[in-house]
Design a protein around this ligand. Structure first.
Ligand code: PLP
Length: 374
């Protein structure tokens, strides 16, 4: 087990299939028609996942997910716009930071890391400040795994005549989002999360009229989604050097996504992973941070063992030696660690991960575990 490639239980980069990695063994030219067809096919398939073909454009962008978030804010929020950023974790804070750095006026509304933003909160905030033009929301806040009520918030934003920007990076492809029922100007996701591609590109589903009206908004050449989309619509090519291998891997990952049964099947597998993980960890006496009702089946935050003999680094290394890569916690108040449920892994892998965690704790002299003979 120590010699095999480790299983990443991290929410991106994550474990990919051999078939997806194999798809990267070809060098593509950016002028190659077949490569440009790959890009077009990827965008078409991505739009179909959220029923957005009629209403939205899919604009892919080189870089990690944050690049696409920054591009969406920079392109779709006019320079005199104002963004209400809803925060209950690190990714919400990053979104506010983006507004600050690129010079868009913004206000923030922050709840505790285990407390979803509610539609009533948003209703009240929009009543109180008419200068707000856009609301920005993290769907699944990956810093804990908390799920925010997207559908309800989207309806409130629409009722106020405001625009919604959704960071659905860690939920798109696994949790249902229907563009015909959830009104939004932009929804942002990336290649290397629930679609199980490799990291390297993001994509923004931009509402067609909003994108058409966004010319000249962007502060940046490379981040300009209006320009990126116009160029691609005209030429079929990426505006600057495309992440060819990432596109090819994502195309192959999408074939497997459909073979598996699309979103319902992906959602079910991740839900099974999450259940297996929660169940196994509860048996070890490790408590999850969030109550089940607001826990998305994407990533689970666990309280670290209350034990002076628990340094995360040693724990991480011991679990890694058994073939599993965990994720450190991202909370300021309590000591935690995180285990991802997404990627090319199943419930048996999760049970094996729990067994590795049990062994690691036992090696570290966690007496109660040793006493229980686990
Ligand atoms: C992964 C992720 C991002 C993007 O992070 P990068 O490190 O830039 O890929 C943004 N938002 C959320 C909620 C995420 O899970």
């Amino acid at each position: 087990m120590t010699t095999a490639a480790p299983i990443l239980l991290t929410p991106g980069p994550l474990t990919t299939s051999a078939r997806t990695r194999q798809a990267m063994m070809v060098d593509w030219g950016s002028w190659d028609d077949r490569f440009n067809q790959l890009t077009a096919s990827v965008c078409e398939q991505l739009l179909a996942i959220l029923n957005g073909t009629d209403s939205h454009h899919c604009v892919p962008l080189q870089g990690s997910g944050t690049f696409a978030v920054e591009a969406a804010i920079g392109t779709l929020v006019p320079r005199d716009g104002k963004v209400l950023v809803l925060i209950n974790g690190a990714y919400g804070k990053r979104l506010a930071k983006i507004c600050e750095v690129i010079g868009r006026e913004f206000s923030t509304f922050e709840t505790a890391e285990d407390e979803p933003t509610t539609a009533a909160d948003v209703d009240r905030l929009l009543h109180a400040d008419h200068a707000i033009t856009h609301v920005a929301l993290i769907h699944c806040e990956t810093s804990t795994g908390i799920l925010n009520p997207l559908q309800e918030i989207a309806q409130v934003v629409k009722r106020h005549g405001k625009r919604l920007i959704i960071d659905a990076m860690s939920s798109f492809g696994a949790l249902p989002i229907d563009a015909r029922e959830v009104p939004f100007d932009a929804l942002i996701a990336a290649s290397g999360k629930c679609l199980e591609g490799v990291p390297g590109m993001g994509f923004v589903f931009a509402e067609k009229h909003a994108l058409a009206a966004a010319q000249g908004n962007c502060h940046s050449l490379a981040m300009d989604l209006f320009d990126q989309h116009s160029y691609m619509a005209k030429t079929g090519q990426w505006r600057f050097t495309p992440p060819t291998h990432v596109v090819a891997a994502l195309h192959e990952a999408l074939l497997q996504y459909h073979e598996e049964g699309g979103l319902p099947a992906r959602h079910q597998r991740y839900a099974n992973n999450c259940q297996a993980l929660l169940h196994g960890m509860a048996e070890l006496g490790l408590r999850s941070f969030l109550p089940a009702a607001i826990q998305a089946p994407i990533i689970v935050t666990f309280h670290a063992p209350k034990d002076p003999r628990y340094p995360f680094k040693e724990f991480y290394e011991r679990v890694k030696a058994k073939g599993f890569i965990l994720y450190p916690g991202k909370l300021t108040q309590v000591e935690t660690f995180r285990v991802g449920c997404i990627g090319h892994v199943n419930a048996a892998d999760m049970r094996a991960a729990v067994a590795a965690i049990a062994q690691a704790l036992q090696e570290m002299g966690r007496s109660e575990l040793a006493r229980e003979g686990r």
